[in-house]
Design a protein around this ligand. Structure first.
Ligand code: HEM
Length: 497
């Protein structure tokens, strides 16, 4: 009898817990005991969680509160609310998710998934040294152009080797884009067809595609995680994909330890970090500058650097294949301004139409629709609602970029919306922030913007891209994941004379 009574009390407790909400919690649908709203989320949109959350906000309002498992999750879907949340420092934390823990030796490490003083110290150190190494500066433009020329030669060869000039554009931009970053991090570049590097890029891509930011932010006890493959698959944790990347980074660090360059001789980020680590260890045995933290930081940069910019270039090319008249207009501007040369960063301000095309491609196809999940470090307010400490905050940048209350016909690809009336100036919109805002804003935005511009503008100047015969038009439906990627596609790629 006593066990039955205990079980009944437990069940009643769980049901009360499932329907009870903190005072002034944002409105949203209720869920089931223990699992919360988790089983029902996909009923709003079976494919994309950010679209499911957007649809939910149409019913419950721009700030919607649900429980996933025992975790309060706040979905934020309007410009006013997203901006307020991004600028609220109480919402600047990151969830302690099982994935990030498993990815970082069971600790909160790196830059992207840490918070507080630890985050500030390591973000500042990383930014300072990457900037010194040329991050986002014109000083690395020559190196960018070198990578770009290699890519162009590769694409010319592929085009010439096919009678119909069809080129497979799946993953083709990744090596070149990552090489620019890798030179700063590790002082090396990879051959385009290096099989080892291709393997790492594939592992990285599969890791990014394995889950989504919502499921990935749910905390799961490590006992459950270690023993349940179903749970690991549900949240999208694939340790076997991250291990080869960590091993590769460790080998790169070992090579740097052998050369042991001093701070004065340092030529890349790993050199600078190892010097700081030695210095701090001598002064403070509890320093946070450790070997594992270096691996985690480089893993963050490698992951973000490999997937994001190349994804944006891929989506831009797809939009231009689907909108041939825009491609032609962009080529005319590029020819007029750059003559026979490839576009450089100096040309940028004289290429408003090109800039508008790039902005429009990012607006229509955001690769980080949810930013990176934020976390409430203390009880706070958002749009008049109380957000309890420990909530995971999903900031729907995609909903802002496609907001039909602000953008006219947001689903139409229309570069002109970013230009003044006579098309001579780019209009900066306060609804356009694909890199986020505030202190958690993308750390790589300046490098990403330069790379995205140089590569997309040069490829469009150099080639005509057309739909491949007997192939479906390249799809704009992204592949799901922690970020969104473009689907592989083939296109006719014809060098322009
Ligand atoms: C088109 C390319 C890119 C886009 C659209 C993009 C977008 C974003 C967004 C939306 C965030 C989250 C901001 C937030 O949580 O509030 C972010 C964070 C971050 N990005 Fe990027 N990113 C891009 C390229 C890069 C590159 C090339 C790097 C690496 C060098 C990078 C490194 C990071 C890091 C380390 C963070 C975490 C910052 C932190 O938590 O303090 N990103 N990015």
């Amino acid at each position: 009898m006593i066990p039955e009574i205990c079980l009944t009390i437990l069940l009643i407790g769980l049901v009360i817990n499932a329907v009870k909400r903190p005072r002034n919690f944002p409105p949203g649908p209720r869920g089931l005991p223990l699992v919360g709203y988790l089983p029902f989320l996909s009923s709003w949109d079976p494919n994309y969680p950010h679209k499911a959350m957007k649809k939910m906000s149409e019913v419950y309002g721009p700030v919607t509160g649900i429980y996933l498992g025992l975790t309060p999750v706040i979905s934020v879907c309007s410009h006013e609310a997203v901006k307020e949340a991004l600028l609220n420092e109480d919402l600047n934390g990151r969830p302690h998710s099982s994935i990030t823990l498993a990815r970082n030796f069971g600790e909160q490490l790196g830059i992207m998934f840490v918070m507080g003083q630890f985050w500030q110290e390591h973000r500042r150190f990383t930014m300072r040294h990457l900037r010194d190494l040329g991050f986002g500066k014109t000083s690395i433009e020559d190196q960018m152009m070198g990578e770009l020329k290699d890519l162009i030669t590769d694409m010319e060869n592929s085009s010439q080797s096919d009678a119909q000039r069809v080129v497979d554009l799946k993953g083709i931009f990744q090596v070149s884009v990552l090489n620019i970053l890798w030179a700063m991090i590790a002082g090396k570049r990879f051959r385009r067809n290096d099989p080892k590097f291709q393997e790492l890029l594939t592992a990285n891509e599969q890791f990014f595609r394995a889950g989504d930011p919502i499921r990935g932010s749910i905390p799961v006890p490590s006992l459950v995680l270690n023993h349940s493959r179903i749970v690991r698959e549900f949240i999208g944790l694939k340790r076997e994909l991250i291990e080869p990347i960590q091993k590769f980074i460790q080998n790169t660090i070992d090579d740097h330890q052998l050369t042991n360059r001093s701070a004065d001789e340092a030529t890349d980020f790993i050199d600078f970090y190892l010097n700081e680590m030695r210095k701090q260890k001598a002064e403070n045995p509890f320093t946070t500058f450790t070997n594992n933290q270096l691996i985690a930081t480089v893993t963050d940069l490698f992951g973000a650097g490999a997937e994001s910019t190349s994804g944006s270039i891929g989506f831009a090319i797809i939009h231009l294949i689907r909108n041939q008249e825009v491609q032609l207009k962009m080529q005319m501007e590029l020819d007029q301004v750059c003559g026979e040369y490839l576009p450089t960063l100096n040309h940028r301000s004289s290429l408003p139409y090109t800039e508008a095309v790039l902005m429009e491609a990012q607006r229509c196809s955001s690769i980080a629709p949810y930013a990176v999940p934020h976390y409430a470090v203390k009880d706070t307010q958002l749009q008049g609602y109380t957000i309890p400490k420990g909530s995971v905050i999903m900031l729907n940048l995609d909903a802002v970029l496609l907001d039909d209350g602000y953008w006219k016909k947001p689903e139409v690809f229309l570069p002109e919306r970013h230009l003044n009336e006579d098309g001579t100036k780019v209009i900066k919109s306060d609804h356009f922030y694909p890199f986020g805002l505030g202190k958690r804003m993308c750390l790589g935005d300046s490098l990403a913007k330069n790379t995205y511009f140089l590569f997309t503008a040069a490829l469009i100047k150099q080639f005509r891209f057309e739909p491949a015969p007997n192939e479906p038009l390249p799809s704009l439906d992204p592949t799901n994941g922690f970020t969104l990627g473009y689907r592989g596609f083939k296109a006719v790629v014809v060098p322009r004379s």
